[in-house]
Design a binder for this molecule. Structure first.
Ligand SMILES: C[S@@+](CC[C@H](N)C(=O)[O-])C[C@H]1O[C@@H](n2cnc3c(N)ncnc32)[C@H](O)[C@@H]1O
Length: 199
């Protein structure tokens, strides 16, 4: 085991122990609060959303599957060391190869925050990754994108990704717009899309 994997494992165990005792370490920023207090609870309340893919893990996301309540959550991260921050069902792998891990049209929602521009950077990879997400969404399924609309993170913007042309804009769950700038200082946006009922 690498030092990084051991450190992340220890961190995840410590965070879970603290959570269990009611001590919740969270980022206090507006964008995180919006995601954790508005978007994820709205998805948890939505009975049409039973199976969710959460893309990208970190110490500050380990509790996200729990925030989704009864929803069946699969997490995915390219970095094997991040496994301890994932959910019970976790894929170590590249989002570009999502189709190797799950069948088409099996997901009600894909939540992809902080991955576009944060490792998923090259145009072809971005297209392959979101193409795979759209394939794995059921008709009517939701794709929630969180991204930073400022350099260098916005080198590939959603409007430049052909896979998004297969989706239609919808309101971000729990909020009142299709696109919200959740934190102006880093232009962190949430944007929501839906796979049409007839593809
Ligand atoms: C900045 S973190 C974002 C974590 C989390 N999704 C969030 O809400 O902030 C980016 C994570 O995405 C992962 N990642 C980057 N490119 C990826 C890809 N192509 N497939 C799967 N995971 C990827 C990285 O390993 C990293 O753990």
């Amino acid at each position: 085991m690498t030092f990084k994997a051991a450190l992340y494992g220890w961190t995840a165990t410590t965070l879970r122990t603290l959570d269990h005792h009611g001590v919740r370490l969270r980022y206090p920023y507006r964008d995180r609060i919006m995601f954790e207090n508005a978007i994820l609870p709205a998805l948890a309340r939505d009975e049409s959303i039973q199976r969710v893919l959460l893309v990208g893990c970190g110490w500050y996301t380990h509790h996200y599957p729990a925030l989704l309540g009864e929803t069946e959550v699969t997490t995915i991260d390219l970095d094997a060391a991040k496994r301890p921050f994932g959910g019970d069902q976790h894929i170590v792998g590249n989002l570009t190869a999502l189709g190797n891990h799950m069948p088409r049209a099996c997901l009600d929602a894909v939540l992809c925050n902080g991955v576009l521009g944060w490792g998923l950077n090259e145009h072809d990879d971005v297209e392959q990754a979101f193409g795979a997400c759209v394939d794995c969404l059921r008709p009517g399924g939701l794709l929630l994108l969180g991204w930073n609309d400022q350099p260098p993170y916005n080198r590939v913007a959603p409007e430049d990704i052909p896979a998004f042309a297969r989706l239609e804009p919808v309101r971000v769950p729990g909020l009142d717009a299709h696109r919200i700038v959740a934190l102006p200082r880093n232009q962190h946006c949430f944007q929501a899309f839906r796979k049409p009922l007839s593809d």
